[in-house]
Design a protein around this ligand. Structure first.
Ligand code: PMT
Length: 402
């Protein structure tokens, strides 16, 4: 799984830095191409020469005296690699990643890269359990960073606790597992819709909803990670487009309808995570509607039901719908599963804390036409998305590594 993969190993300054040598050595034995970036403090624990010898590549420490191998080394390196693993990842480097600080070579590369990032935290157990570290880790997980470990056991400070860096073999297994699953949708074309449509009322106002787009964007990222050629049809949001994903921006339900219908027959997988307005104002005023002091009645007309239309047109596509419900979750979701002719329906009870609109996490159930149901506990939207991708691969008859 790692043959010819370009892996950047970032080493930060903790006692576990010596284990980076084994990580690099194992990667090389598996025929990966390894590049190493160290923080200044890491060089106090292990020499760049050791890691240079093991990786057979120059080691980067300082932004300003890096070997002149690429034009702008930190950017070139960031764009060149297939994955980044920070081992060990100290509390300090995790905090820098969380706030986007770029004050040395490693933190700059981490900000510039769009490759998947893995971190193997290593620190004293009290530092690990500190709310600041836990908040940083939760934020990084939410952004899609893969956290490996830490393990529990004897620590360099002389006590037992959680915070030991995972063993190099486990780190390599996680990386290999990622690349094993990463190609499960290779060669497939996928389209995902995200965000809440906006239905204009006049040049100033629109009817909208509370969707942030996070769920749909996480799905686009997971599809892309799985190797699918991914198109994201997005209603307005402030979210950055996931690396490698093609984004088509729309505003209204009708615009989304036209874009999705035009592309539908070319797709292998279509996921409708967007919150689409069921109704739009019957007329869009050319000028700002003025306040008169009297009441104002708005006439609404129905929008097309995009998912239902796709369900009617479906040939071989795997079609996934969402149901955002505030009551009778399962009954309403089952009804949508049948009526919209989908292969899988993701039901979310948007009244639960930590689920639905805007939140970083979701709590969903997958419902299948044969009556099967999978309930997932609360997890980040990216984790939900990765579970969904595995189910899609199964529907397509593709074996995946769990
Ligand atoms: O964006 P986030 O803040 O992360 O929030 C995520 C989410 C709550 C928006 C998402 O998880 C979700 O549930 N999306 C679907 C919301 C919704 O519109 O549900 P619905 O039950 O009204 O619609 C059912 C399905 O039909 C959905 O797949 C929807 O995209 C589709 N639909 C609905 C109306 C319409 N006119 N056309 C459609 O295609």
């Amino acid at each position: 799984m790692l043959t010819k993969r370009k892996i950047l190993v970032g080493v930060s300054g903790g006692i576990a830095a010596y284990k980076a040598a084994e990580v690099i050595s194992r990667l090389r034995k598996l025929h990966a191409q390894v590049h190493v970036v160290m923080t200044k403090s890491a060089t106090e624990f292990i020499t760049p020469l050791t890691l240079q010898s093991l990786s057979s590549n120059p080691v980067y420490v300082d932004l300003f005296d890096a070997p002149k191998r690429w034009n702008i080394e930190h950017i070139a390196l960031a764009e060149h690699v297939d994955a980044v693993i920070i081992a060990p990842a100290t509390a300090n480097v995790l905090a820098k990643m969380a706030i986007g600080l770029a004050d040395d070579f490693l933190s700059t590369v981490l900000l510039a890269t769009r490759a998947p990032i893995f971190v193997a935290p290593a620190m004293n157990h009290a530092m690990y359990h500190h709310p600041a570290t836990q908040t940083n880790l939760a934020l990084l997980k939410d952004r899609g960073i893969h956290v490996i470990g830490p393990d529990t056991g004897f620590q360099a400070c002389g006590t037992d606790g959680e915070g030991r860096m995972s063993e190099p073999v486990k780190i390599i297994e996680s990386l290999a597992g990622f690349f094993a699953g990463s190609d499960c949708l290779k060669g497939k074309k996928a389209l995902v819709t995200a965000g809440g449509t906006q239905e204009p009322l006049d040049p100033v106002r629109y009817l909208g909803n509370r969707s942030s787009g996070r769920m749909g964007y996480a799905i686009a990222q997971a599809l892309q990670e799985a190797g699918a050629e991914t198109i994201l049809v997005s209603a307005p949001t402030d979210l950055p487009t996931p690396h490698g994903v093609k984004r088509i921006s729309v505003q209204t339900a009708q615009e989304m309808y036209h874009v999705v219908l035009e592309l539908f027959l070319e797709m292998d997988v279509v996921i409708k995570a967007a919150a689409v307005a069921d109704y739009r104002p019957a007329y869009e005023a050319e000028q700002k509607i003025k306040k008169t002091g009297a009441g104002y009645t708005l006439e609404l007309v129905p929008n097309p039901d995009i998912l239902a239309e796709l369900g009617r047109k479906k040939t071989s596509q795997v079609l996934i719908g969402f149901a955002a419900e505030t009551e009778n979750l399962l009954a309403n979701a089952q009804d949508k599963l049948q009526k919209k002719n989908v292969n899988l329906l993701v039901a979310n009870d948007i009244t639960k804390p930590g689920a639905g609109f805007g939140s970083a996490t979701n709590i969903v159930s997958f419902l299948f036409p044969d009556g099967r149901k999978i309930d997932l506990p609360q997890m980040s939207k990216l984790e939900v998305a990765r579970h969904l991708v595995r189910e899609i691969a199964k529907i397509l008859g593709i074996e995946t590594k769990e």
